[in-house]
Design a protein around this ligand. Sequence first.
Ligand SMILES: NC(=O)c1ccc[n+]([C@@H]2O[C@H](COP(=O)([O-])OP(=O)(O)OC[C@H]3O[C@@H](n4cnc5c(N)ncnc54)[C@H](O)[C@@H]3O)[C@@H](O)[C@H]2O)c1
Length: 401
Amino acid sequence: MVKRFYEETSGDRSKRVNEYLNNQCRNKKHNLLIIGTGLIGREHIRVASLLGAAKIHGIYDSNENSMDLAEEELQKFSNEKLIRYNSIKSAYQDPAVDAILICTPNYTHHQIFLEVAKSGKPIFVEKPMATSLKDGAEILRLSSKHPAFIQVGMQYRYKAQYVDAFHEVKVLKSLGNIKTISMSEYRPPFLDKVEQWNKFNEFSGGTFVEKCCHYFDLINLLADGQPKDVFASGGQAVNFLNFAHEGRKSDIDDHGFAIINYRNGIRANFTLNMFANEFYEELVITGEKGRLVASEKASADKKRQTKASIMVEVEGHQHYEGSKIGYPPSIEKSGHHGATFFEHEALISQLQQKEVDAATPRQGLMAMLVASAAQRSISENNVVSIAEHAERNGIKEILNQ
Ligand SMILES: NC(=O)c1ccc[n+]([C@@H]2O[C@H](COP(=O)([O-])OP(=O)(O)OC[C@H]3O[C@@H](n4cnc5c(N)ncnc54)[C@H](O)[C@@H]3O)[C@@H](O)[C@H]2O)c1
């Protein structure tokens, strides 16, 4: 039976992992290959080093500086040597590699996936799995024939506040049947990237696909039904208005609102704003019995602490007034407030043949489907039917599975 990611609370996870990390006899059984050692590739190096169940066996990046930075990152934790491959082929064909992590820019995922899938090895592909539904669907179709497992890097499900919100809603059923889901993210503009791929719709898939697929995944999982239609409004108001790279002008949205209706009657909305000073995420769920608010406030300024909390407004509930939650500091600091650490733990568990609830290619594609319908709605200023959107993009059969 698949172990649902919200079976344990964030407190249970912290306790279990603290015990594990205090046990010094760790055994690095698995050899990982990281393709793309930019910001998130290095975060995977950090969490792998912290958990200590896998070795960073080798890296490949088309940029030498990124490989230098990855080696430096590893040296902070270990004096082990890694292999620097000079081509993707030599990397994935190395028989010593046990699993492959694709951490390159969004527009490269599909091609690199097709290439490394020839190895038949377990693959972890960062989110979004592709920049078009057609390419994402090809990855999903291939995944059913692939001899090993495939995970998609949508780790926000492991953030402490979402683990606990899901636990309340799905395990304890604190709200009764849920009716509305409201998700929002306020944050500063997109960061610098190697070759600035995230400033262009063509390379990122568009802001709602690139960034917000995390939130559409969470909303889909909570609603636990098929999305029916999406209406969205958004645009580029403040960020990168005068930004150009190699003569090309940035064209990405920096704010937007989306409303999603699900076939089971659940209504959801999503708000994005990327010209805020600080990071703030909030999930509000209402059900027959009351309201739940899960939030996280974070800052690029290391002096300001991350604060995650949960509030469950149901008579007599222990979190009625709101409670602070979180993971141990060493885990939170390793990246995405501990979410990437638990994502990595799920990767290792699946390598050890355990059943896990990591994001699947189907969930990755469903999040992309809602996100791309929202982007289409913005450009057409119209309600987009999910069935019609899926059919137009040649993935109707996947929606009906
Ligand atoms: N899960 C998350 O929360 C999260 C967070 C950040 C980024 N991401 C995703 O991770 C991926 C990488 O993002 P990033 O922030 O690390 O970007 P980045 O620009 O910092 O790093 C990307 C790296 O890939 C390398 N690269 C580009 N094309 C390549 C190719 N064909 N072969 C080998 N290497 C290549 C670049 O040289 C660079 O070093 C993106 O898909 C992004 O959406 C996920």
